[in-house]
Design a protein around this ligand. Structure first.
Ligand SMILES: Cc1cc2nc3c(=O)[nH]c(=O)nc-3n(C[C@H](O)[C@H](O)[C@H](O)COP(=O)(O)OP(=O)(O)OC[C@H]3O[C@@H](n4cnc5c(N)ncnc54)[C@H](O)[C@@H]3O)c2cc1C
Length: 461
């Protein structure tokens, strides 16, 4: 083991992976998580004798980094691939949206537009295969591109509702680059033309979170929970340590690591907190870097999870294209995994992406359910409040970064302008969509960079 001590702020997949990779290289790692449990956005809660993600989670077959990590940690046999059932709710009806022929049957879109849509998607996929210059897609929003080249109906009736399901009121502002990449990855995630398979770890995402935490501790690394970092201590333009919040667990970390000093000393600090949270604990960042850290905004997510006596719909993922409905998707976990895993109950997420200023972000669980109930009855007229045996409510402020046009020139660098301080969060994942796979990749990249800087005695020197 080296005598270099590295602090990692945040215990989501990026932080856990960075700590694990640095531990493999012999560094002394200390990970600080402000919440009482690890996992970050992919964290879970107990339900029916098992665990369930607070926000629905699955993998695409293109998510190779996290699957390889599962294998490395001896969890390869836990990775399962399951055919997904995706649907579309519009005009009071659930439409299948699994195969290309389902698209051709989507009665809400005129036939000629359906054919055109299929051809344009094929063209976008060909562009990737032929490695054509795609940079121009960063300069135009997906909404404008589709209206111009793919047909107004394709945007208004197909993509706009899907983007709304992902980006809420920001749906019109997403660069085409993001959409192009998503189409290519989703088509790549198909096994054959007819079905899409999604991955899920047997036992929930918690099995990987626990395995990473165990591996870090076995390497001699330390994990502090309920331990918010209050400040990154910077001396002469170099990050030298951390101060902790005033709560008991954080103060224990302070006493254990700082001894007589007023702060705990570290050789390097890796911050995986969302940018707005990072800016609260790091002073003295130059304006140009702060501008990059604030170039991408965040959407919040509000999730109501229902434990039901009966099924809401036949779909795993149901996009809500009907604009009169105040949520963007329902995700029925037990149409993906067998309901026997949850004691025979039906588990449904009602999902919303919105601005944190939205009234829905402030509502209580009971208020949300009351607001959603008549709309759940549009999806299934038999649905009644009596079906609900238990209900949970979670909200996340930094659920989804919204990147602006020409983002590649605005992504904050991993090495911040403060020497020995690194930033690794979801705003640096581009053009791919954020996801656990890319947070694992990010954690691996940041660990390699921190190690290279240590070995070469400098800050990229
Ligand atoms: C509703 C929803 C559905 C999703 N679905 C999928 C999916 O199907 N598949 C998929 O792969 N991904 C999905 N994701 C995305 C995935 O969860 C994230 O991309 C990934 O987990 C992010 O990991 P991270 O470590 O980069 O960030 P985070 O998980 O945000 O981790 C950052 C951590 O930093 C901690 N922190 C912040 N400030 C401090 C501080 N001052 N001191 C100490 N700790 C601090 C936070 O508490 C947090 O735990 C979904 C996300 C959401 C919200």
């Amino acid at each position: 083991m080296t005598n270099k001590r590295i602090a990692i702020i945040g215990g989501g997949f990026a932080g856990l992976t960075a700590a694990y990779e640095l531990g493999k290289l012999g560094y002394q790692t200390c990970l600080f998580e402000r919440m009482p449990e690890l996992g970050g956005l992919a964290g879970t809660f107990p339900l029916e004798g098992t665990r369930l993600e607070r926000g629905y989670h699955h993998w695409f077959t293109s998510d190779t980094h996290i699957v390889a990590q599962m294998e490395e940690l001896g969890l390869g046999d836990r990775v399962q691939w399951i055919a997904s059932k995706t649907g579309w709710f519009e005009q009071g009806k659930i439409w299948n949206m699994v195969t290309p022929t389902d698209l051709l049957r989507l009665g809400t879109l005129p036939f000629v537009d359906r054919v055109r849509l299929g051809l344009v998607v094929a063209y976008l996929t060909y562009l990737q295969a032929s490695k054509k210059n795609l940079a121009k897609y960063e300069k135009i929003t997906a909404a404008d591109w589709w209206r111009q080249y793919g047909g107004r109906n394709a945007w208004d009736k197909v993509w706009s509702p899907m983007f709304r399901g992902k980006f809420g009121a920001e749906a019109e502002n997403i660069p085409m680059e993001w959409h192009w990449y998503k189409i290519v990855l989703r088509i790549g995630s198909r096994r054959g033309v007819a079905k899409e398979e999604l991955g899920y770890p047997r036992g929930s995402f918690q099995v990987l979170i626990d395995a990473l935490a165990d591996a870090i501790r076995k390497q001699g690394g330390k994990i502090f929970l309920d331990a918010p970092v209050k400040r990154v201590v910077v001396e002469n333009g170099t990050a030298v340590g951390l101060e902790f919040a005033d709560n008991a667990a954080a103060q224990m970390a302070q006493r254990e690591l700082a001894g007589e000093l007023s702060y705990a000393r570290f050789d390097q600090v890796i911050c995986t907190a969302p940018s707005f949270a990072a800016l609260k604990i790091v002073d003295a960042l130059p304006a140009a870097y702060v501008a990059k850290m604030t170039a991408a905004k965040y959407m919040a997510a509000v999730l109501v999870i229902l434990k039901l006596k009966q099924s809401l719909s036949p779909m795993y993922w149901l996009n809500i294209a009907d604009r009169s409905i105040p949520f963007v998707a329902t995700i029925e976990q037990t149409n993906f995994l067998p309901r026997e895993l949850y004691n025979g109950k039906r588990i449904v997420y009602v999902s919303n992406y919105l601005d944190p200023a939205s009234p829905y972000f402030q509502m209580s669980r009971a208020e949300l359910f009351a607001a959603y109930l008549p709309h759940l009855q549009k999806i299934n007229p038999q649905f009644s409040a009596d079906w609900v045996e238990e209900m949970w409510h979670f909200k996340e402020a930094a659920a989804q970064p919204i990147v602006p046009l020409n983002y590649s020139a605005q992504i904050p660098e991993y090495r911040t302008p403060i020497r020995n301080l690194y930033l690794a969060n979801t705003t640096q994942i581009y053009p791919e969509d954020r996801g656990t796979n890319y947070s694992v990749r990010l954690g691996q990249e940041i660990a390699r960079l921190a190690d290279a800087d240590t070995r070469h005695g400098g800050w990229g020197e």
